[in-house]
Design a protein around this ligand. Structure first.
Ligand SMILES: [Zn+2]
Length: 392
């Protein structure tokens, strides 16, 4: 809807609200009929002159608060918040709260909106205090899950992961929403990562396990747990975790293969590594797996490695694969041929570097780096490696 369309709808809504308020008050109180308030016409005049903000201000002034107009006031407050005019949203919501005629149910609705206003304005302390008061007072009413959701949003924004996990666990108990389960697991992973940076391996590992208890499909937790085990030189356990991570979500295989290779190298277990790669290539060929196999075949039989690569590229063409093929050809070429291949290699390398490696499956946000929380839509675990010709 265009902005002018939205304002026209509001204008009509306000008029209806005003008429209903008038009707209610005349029927209940038998008071004489009121005229349309002058503020209303002032608002209409501003609207016709394209002065939208002034128009809404005037409409708000013209509208008394009662049970019929309560929703319109609430909608207006939200509209101001969405337009970024937070102070006006706060004023409208605080004005509603000051009215003795609103019911306890309506009061909680306004308080929730006010908490969102404070969060949008960056007044996180005020939002936190308001929500915590509401949470302690409203354990059993229908607003409790919404209050907890806003608190989790707030702690997530502050990156207070322990508090986010604590409230998130309460929320998951109440709603069992998939989205909340997923982000609670990531809060544990965030805590684990911080502990890992301080080399507190044992507690870091515990946090990854808590993440997996909450969400057994959390691939990040398995990869993180494997990193901790690797740091503790528990390579065989790390390999188990990494293989489990592939079962959880094979789309992350490009992240897992280098870690797996390192663990196998440390236990002198290249046989197990190659067997795993071959199995994966049978199930779902990806560039990372094909390249890892080519690298291995190159050590013993260069000709076979090239043949294998060409065969794989026919079935599974990718830019990365062609780059590797040119690279192999370069080693054997001379003179003009070599010069031409160098140009081709550089071109394809630039092309590969320019392509994004990751993309959010929720909003499409592309990037060169893996973010566990999408920088654009803020969803957790939705950014994944790109597959197909330009990716894996
Ligand atoms: Zn996204």
């Amino acid at each position: 809807m265009t902005e002018i369309g939205l304002f026209l709808v509001l204008f009509i809504a306000l008029f209806v609200g005003w008429t209903m308020g008038r009707k209610t008050s005349t029927s209940k109180n038998k008071q004489p009929k009121k005229d349309v308030p002058t503020d209303y016409f002032r608002g209409l005049n501003h609207l016709l002159n394209d002065q939208h903000t002034e128009a809404i201000d005037a409409f708000v002034d013209s509208l008394e608060v009662n049970s019929d107009t309560f929703d319109i006031h609430l909608t207006l407050g939200n509209l101001f918040r969405k337009k970024g005019e937070i102070q006006k949203a706060i004023n409208i919501h605080q004005n509603l709260l000051a009215r003795p005629e609103i019911s306890p149910h309506e009061m909680r609705m306004v308080q929730l909106e006010l908490a969102s206003d404070f969060m949008s304005a960056g007044l996180l302390d005020r939002a936190g205090r308001l929500l915590l008061n509401m949470a302690s007072a409203s354990k059993k009413n229908e607003f409790h899950p919404k209050i907890l959701t806003l608190l989790v949003d707030l702690y997530e924004f502050e990156q207070s992961w322990d508090k986010a996990a604590q409230i998130g666990a309460e929320l998951v108990k109440e709603t069992s929403a998939k989205k909340e389960i997923k982000r609670l697991a990531h809060f544990h992973c965030e805590m684990a990562q911080e502990l890992q940076e301080k080399e507190q391996w044992k507690v870091a590992y515990q946090q990854y396990k808590l993440a997996l208890d909450v969400d057994p499909s959390c691939v990040r937790a398995s990869i993180g747990a494997a990193d901790v085990l690797n740091s503790q030189r528990r390579y065989r356990d790390a390999i188990k975790e990494l293989k489990h991570a592939v079962d959880q979500d094979a789309e992350f295989i490009s992240l897992i293969i280098p870690k797996l290779k390192e663990c196998y190298r440390k236990i002198w277990g290249s046989g197990g590594y190659i067997k795993f790669l071959q199995e994966q290539n049978q199930k779902r060929p990806t560039t990372t797996v094909i390249m890892a196999l080519v690298q291995h075949y190159m050590e013993t039989d260069k000709e076979y490695a090239e043949m294998f690569l060409v065969e794989q590229l026919r079935a599974h063409p990718t830019i990365k694969g062609f780059k590797e093929l040119i690279n192999l050809q370069l080693a054997d070429s001379q003179g003009y041929n070599q010069q031409h291949l160098v140009v081709l290699f550089e071109l394809i390398e630039q092309l590969a570097d320019a392509k994004h490696k990751y993309q959010c499956r929720q909003c499409g946000f592309p990037g060169h780096q893996l973010h566990w929380q999408c920088p654009s839509c803020k969803s957790w675990g939705t950014v994944k490696p790109i597959h197909g010709l330009e990716g894996e």
